[in-house]
Design a protein around this ligand. Structure first.
Ligand code: NAD
Length: 249
């Protein structure tokens, strides 16, 4: 842990008016959820761009429910880690205004964060592609477990799908709100993202100042104010400690 970088990050947070945090799959690896691109990530098993793809879900549902669905199905049972809790504390204390997350695991909300832009959707719910009726994820899970593929809506018989934004889907309105938030703030902190999934990876370009917290280098490192190549949980706890101690001085 490089304390000088932690202090620089804390100083930038304290002096910025409007701070948002963009999180990716690396935020949740310490909660036991694999990311995409680390050595133990999903790419080691199959190509998530093909597996979590709306065209595959509709055109080849057997493949979708054998591969992509594996990523989605047990995300509701995970628990937040110290990093999620540190971000929730930072928001409560007014150091950050909110979180833009690519994650679909609901862990920021479970940790107590309040302003969350879920730009890739969520795994809490599902909806019918024909009539739009909404249901909890477990309705779809029970149908899939009983071999009903694709799972069908109890109301109209249309195809049910997860509320997760998949490759090939349009981005939700939440993404436009996230762009707006970043444009009108002074600092974006990126945590646990390789910044390789578009269009979210454009967000750092809209930021006036940038902090990167990621185990491995990202394409945005070269235009960032502070770059910390370390674990998300430990780093965010250290930044929160530096912020809180500063306030008590
Ligand atoms: P990615 O796998 O492309 O990148 C993750 C990055 O996090 C890597 O650069 C890795 O070095 C870093 N990392 C891993 N563990 C870390 C840790 N403990 N501390 C700090 N850095 C760590 O993920 P992405 O950029 O988020 O893009 C993948 C897409 O798939 C996104 O939409 C993502 O949200 C989604 N996804 C979500 C989940 C989830 O909801 N938990 C899990 C897998 C993938």
């Amino acid at each position: 842990m490089n304390q000088s970088l932690i202090n620089q990050a804390a100083e930038l947070i304290k002096t910025s008016r409007g701070v948002y945090v963009l999180t990716g799959a690396g935020m949740s690896t310490e909660s036991g959820i694999p990311d995409f691109r680390s050595d133990s990530g999903y790419y080691a098993k199959f190509d998530p761009v093909q597996a979590l793809n709306v065209d595959v879900m509709l055109g080849n549902p057997k493949r979708f429910y054998a591969e992509g669905y594996e990523i989605l199905k047990d995300l509701n049972n995970r628990e937040p880690n110290d990093g999620h809790r540190a971000l929730a504390d930072m928001e409560r204390q007014g150091f950050i205004q909110g979180i833009i997350t690519q994650n679909i695991d609901n862990l920021h909300a479970k940790a107590g964060s309040r302003t969350i832009f879920e730009v890739h959707g969520e795994t809490r719910g599902v909806h019918c592609l024909a009539c739009g009726v909404e249901a909890p994820f477990k309705v779809l899970a029970e149908k899939v477990d009983s071999g009903e593929i694709p799972p069908r809506c109890d109301v109209c018989g249309g195809v049910l799908r997860s509320n997760v934004v998949m490759f090939g889907d349009a981005m939700p309105d939440t993404f436009a709100q996230a762009v707006e938030a970043v444009t009108h703030s002074e600092l974006l902190i990126v945590v646990g993202s390789s910044l390789s999934v578009s269009p979210v990876n454009f967000l750092p370009r809209y930021a006036k100042h940038l902090i990167i917290i990621n185990k491995t280098p990202t394409p945005a490192d070269r235009f960032s104010d502070v770059v910390i190549h370390d674990g998300a949980g430990e780093t965010l706890c250290a930044v929160y400690r530096a912020l809180s101690e500063g306030y008590h001085d």
